[in-house]
Design a protein around this ligand. Structure first.
Ligand SMILES: [Zn+2]
Length: 166
């Protein structure tokens, strides 16, 4: 099945609403959304915990690394699938969530940012980080010991993104 609607189009369906039957239906018909939902369903051989890289792989295909913008888009997908419910609750509750995600998943996957320690990082030019106010190199949303340029990475701060998912 092809993706009928992309992320941008899906986000414009009942924007901001948790309960949206049209968006829920569109997600059901969306190949990426269904693959993400399947990934978070625990199986006999695999837990329902996914890393951000695994999410990126579902959205963008397998790569050696993913750009910050791609990581942010992958997180936007998670916002969408965990923030969409149908109306089967009959007024007593909100119905079924397309993909219920629990906060602990995100504490493991998005708990800070890691920045290349080299201000002259060769993987920074041409990105938004290539700016006089940014004293580090490339940024990663997952723990890394080394940047793609070879310099060490250090954790810069905690992200509060996980709060969104509680
Ligand atoms: Zn670097």
């Amino acid at each position: 099945m092809q993706n009928a609607l992309g992320l941008d189009a899906l986000q414009t369906i009942d924007p901001g609403a948790l309960v949206s039957v049209p968006r829920f239906s569109a997600l059901c018909e969306n190949k990426t959304a269904r693959r993400l939902r399947d990934r978070f369903a625990p199986t006999k051989d695999r837990s329902g915990v996914a890393t951000l890289s695994e999410i990126c792989e579902i959205v963008f295909g397998r790569r050696d690394h993913y750009e910050l913008g791609q990581q942010q888009e992958a997180l936007a997908w998670l916002d969408l699938i965990s923030g969409t419910q149908d109306n089967t609750g009959g007024g007593r509750h909100d119905g079924d969530t397309f993909t219920p995600l629990r906060a602990h998943l995100f504490h493991q996957t998005v708990s800070g940012i890691w920045a290349c320690a080299d201000p002259a990082c060769t993987h920074k030019p041409g990105t938004e980080l290539d700016h006089a106010d940014w004293p580090f190199g490339r940024v990663y949303l997952e723990p890394r010991k080394h940047c793609a340029c070879g310099a060490p990475c250090t954790r810069r701060r905690s992200a509060t993104t996980a709060d969104t998912y509680t």
